[in-house]
Design a protein around this ligand. Structure first.
Ligand SMILES: C[S@@+](CC[C@H](N)C(=O)[O-])C[C@H]1O[C@@H](n2cnc3c(N)ncnc32)[C@H](O)[C@@H]1O
Length: 211
């Protein structure tokens, strides 16, 4: 059941187009882990971050059923574009149907495959905003690969950085996902090339600015 605080946040966040509800509903029907979808509050924040940063070129690592992709695409200015990276090819039809319903299909290029490979083929493209929301074990690798593609002053948004509280549990769990995020969060804190703010939205969201 949805916690009351989440419900309150959702109900007091401006409405999104009907297509986003549709994607959420279809995700519940057709996928095994619908809770991976970011949802209205986080999707609205991503859309607003794209809008207020004026980002024209956006990169997403881990698109799932395309909900967060569609939200960010709705925030793009005329001529703006998103490269969406997703490893699971079974999700492609659902993603494309949702993007079409939201009227944003022309702003998105879908790259099916392991993001760690795809990222190597995107240069010399440069991005204003990057959203990382894929395999938690691989966050440190994504950062290494994405950093050269992010413009100076650009924004990196990383999802699930608190991993249900596992990153500050005592004793610390030793599983690969927790270790991946512990390493990533420490790099963000210590790397002098970036500035980070961690926000306790859902499972934790880090806003990271390239200096
Ligand atoms: C948490 S879901 C993304 C949710 C989506 N961003 C949203 O907000 O609705 C994580 C996704 O990352 C994908 N993924 C995991 N490892 C990946 C990789 N190495 N390359 C590309 N996608 C990956 C998974 O298949 C899954 O669909």
């Amino acid at each position: 059941m949805e916690p009351l605080s989440d419900r309150y946040l959702r109900e007091h966040t401006s409405p999104l187009p009907e297509a986003l509800d549709w994607i959420e509903k279809q995700t519940g029907i057709h996928t095994n882990y619908p809770q991976m979808l970011s949802g209205k509050v986080q999707g609205s924040l991503l859309k607003m971050l794209v809008e207020i940063s004026g980002a024209r070129n956006v990169l997403e690592i881990g698109s799932f059923t395309g909900y967060s992709t569609a939200c960010m695409a709705l925030g793009l200015p005329e001529g703006g574009h998103i490269d969406a990276l997703e490893i699971n090819d079974e999700l492609e039809d659902l993603m494309r149907a949702g993007w079409e319903r939201a009227g944003v299909q022309d702003r998105i290029t879908l790259h099916i495959g392991d993001a760690r490979k795809t990222l190597g083929s995107l240069a010399p493209k440069v991005y204003d905003l990057v959203f990382i929301d894929a395999n938690k074990r691989e966050y440190p690798e994504y950062f290494e690969l994405v950093f050269p593609l992010l413009r100076q002053g650009g924004l990196l948004v990383a999802d699930d950085v608190m991993l249900g509280g596992k990153v500050y549990a005592d004793p610390l769990p030793q599983d690969a996902q927790t270790r991946g995020l512990l390493t990533f969060n420490d790099i963000m804190k210590d790397d002098p090339r970036v500035e980070v703010v961690m926000i306790p939205l859902k499972d934790g969201l880090s806003l990271i600015r390239k200096k």
